[in-house]
Design a protein around this ligand. Structure first.
Ligand SMILES: Cc1ncc(COP(=O)(O)O)c(C=O)c1O
Length: 319
């Protein structure tokens, strides 16, 4: 079977998650939007973990971010974020950069870890400085924390410390945490009450959602601390690749993502040659992206490195 390193969302649920989902399938579900008790437990656990008053279970992190944008910003208003933020590159961008001096900035959005830079980690101090600027102007801060637990593990701080720097936060259950699907939007009670309305308007009023929510609970209970292992494997992968002729790096592997730039061949043919060796890596601009997750073991790292060596054998690192 191919080793899939294109994203962490390809990771399949753990046996414990499958067991929890089977149990949830036998429990009564709810009818009303927030009636399902398994979903309610997941939302409580997510809110507690992040130190927020309430949380909402939504299908995707894109939806969580878009609900937050919708609630913090009105038509005609702008929000400030970094040019390569996921909300700009992959969520049909609500940002109008050349209007920034005229329209009111209604929100500042931070992303940690930052996917486009290869999972780089904003430090607590960097985040706090941005939040301080925003708060001095009474501008709310949303944190796209799709991989916030990777950031927290990399910084050796609880995720709630980072969440405290934002008024609202989104995170993915289906990436490093390994749940089959789902994301969370957390924040103050009044904001989440409004978020339920927007979620419904966006077509996200999913019911019954108790079965995937049961896997989400297991994800929060069992998959956070082990992210350290994914980071170690990413570093091992990066170190191993650095020793191979024909590969270069533009950024260090700070969490579970490795971006490696081939210097002796184009990205697409390299990805195709690796696929022939049963290694799936994602062409990402001038780089190939490799993402570690709970199915990426030390053996998988070794096999991946061996495939790169085989493909690039005889390469020239002078370029
Ligand atoms: C930083 C970031 N935010 C948001 C998302 C969107 O997540 P989803 O695919 O669940 O909509 C992603 C997905 O890769 C991401 O990397």
């Amino acid at each position: 079977m191919a080793i899939d390193l294109r994203s962490d969302f390809v990771a399949r649920p753990t046996a414990k998650m499958v067991e929890a989902m089977a149990e949830a399938a036998n429990r009564p579900t709810g009818f009303g939007l927030r009636e399902d008790q398994t979903v309610a437990r997941l939302e409580r656990l997510a809110a507690e973990t992040l130190g927020k008053a309430d949380a909402l279970y939504v299908p995707t992190c894109t939806m969580a971010n878009q609900i937050a944008i919708h609630l913090h910003c009105r038509p005609g208003e702008n929000f400030l974020t970094e040019a390569d933020a996921h909300v700009v590159t992959s969520e049909a961008a609500a940002l109008v950069p050349d209007d920034a001096q005229r329209a009111r900035i209604a929100m500042v959005l931070q992303e940690n870890t930052h996917v486009c830079s290869g999972g780089r980690v904003l430090t607590y101090e960097q985040m706090a400085a941005i939040t301080e600027l925003a708060r001095a102007r009474a501008v709310p801060v949303h944190l796209d924390g799709s991989r916030i637990f990777n950031a927290a593990i990399a910084l050796a701080r609880p995720a709630s410390d980072l969440a405290a720097l934002a008024d609202s936060i989104s995170f993915s259950l289906n990436k490093g945490l390994g749940a089959p699907l789902g994301a969370i939007l957390a924040g103050p009670k009044a904001l989440i009450a409004e978020a339920v309305r927007v979620q419904q308007m966006f077509g996200g009023g999913w019911r019954p959602a108790g079965i995937p929510a049961a896997a989400g609970i297991v994800a929060l209970e069992t998959m956070i601390d082990r992210l350290e292992e994914d980071h170690r494997h990413a570093r091992q992968l990066a170190d191993g690749l650095a020793a191979i002729t024909g590969l270069a790096f533009d950024a260090p592997a700070e969490s579970n993502i490795v971006l490696v730039r081939p210097t002796v061949m184009e990205v697409e043919p390299l990805a195709a040659a690796l696929a022939e060796q049963d290694i799936l890596a994602l062409p990402f601009g001038r780089c190939l992206r490799l993402v570690t997750h709970h199915e990426v073991t030390a053996t998988v790292v070794a096999k991946t490195l061996a495939a790169f060596r085989a493909v690039l054998a005889g390469g020239d690192n002078s370029a």
